[in-house]
Design a protein around this ligand. Structure first.
Ligand SMILES: N[C@@H](CCC(=O)N[C@@H](CS)C(=O)NCC(=O)O)C(=O)O
Length: 180
């Protein structure tokens, strides 16, 4: 039995939405993440028997592989699998760190050398969106859900580029349509 630990109005929201869209039979356990005792309490967190999964990108990838019927992520051997993995890891390794650094107004040549910068990251996202509606072209996937997620929370981070703005709006509509 799989269990997802989540807390409302947190990063786990995207995973909760994905579980719904996958029609996945997962026990949902709401937890409090503000802890006074110094213990680790990050969400989202997924358990699957003895195995555990942390980090949104990893959890979403694990779930789209585990519930393939919903078609929300290419499986090994399918077209665009490499691009799918790349966007999930690009989110965790580049997009979210750059958003936090921008919010904190921190810059350093070593950061730019490793991660590039916010504008380069936005351009990277916009490239496929000028050719098709989703990061994987015509195919909507959990990568769109993950990579648009910060723009729903931090409206002031939303770039002016219409390719990004339209994509975020499209993705929001797609997710809310599945909630009905
Ligand atoms: N890199 C992790 C970040 C998870 C994370 O920081 N979640 C926040 C909620 S938005 C949390 O659990 N905070 C509580 C804490 O840091 O103790 C992921 O993407 O899953």
């Amino acid at each position: 039995m799989r269990t997802l630990y989540f807390s409302p109005n947190s990063r786990s929201d995207t995973v909760v939405a994905l579980v719904r869209m996958l029609s996945a039979d997962i026990e949902m356990r709401e937890v409090t993440i503000v802890r006074q005792d110094g213990s680790e309490g990050k969400v989202p967190y997924l358990t699957d028997g003895e195995d555990t999964v942390r980090e949104r990108g990893a959890i979403m990838l694990y779930l789209t592989d585990a519930y393939p019927d919903a078609g929300l992520g290419p499986l090994p051997g399918q077209a665009e699998r490499g691009a799918y993995l790349s966007w999930m890891f690009y989110y965790q390794g580049i997009i979210e760190p750059l958003l936090i650094l921008k919010w904190a107004d921190i810059s350093h040549p070593a950061i730019t050398a490793g991660l590039r910068d916010f504008d380069t990251m936005i351009e990277r996202l916009a490239e496929p969106l000028r050719r098709g509606p989703w990061l994987l072209g015509e195919r909507f996937s959990a990568a769109d859900m993950l990579c648009t997620s910060p723009f729903f929370w931090f409206a002031d981070m939303m770039p002016a580029d219409p390719a990004i703005r339209d994509w975020v709006e499209r993705c929001g509509k797609r997710m809310s349509a599945s909630a009905k």
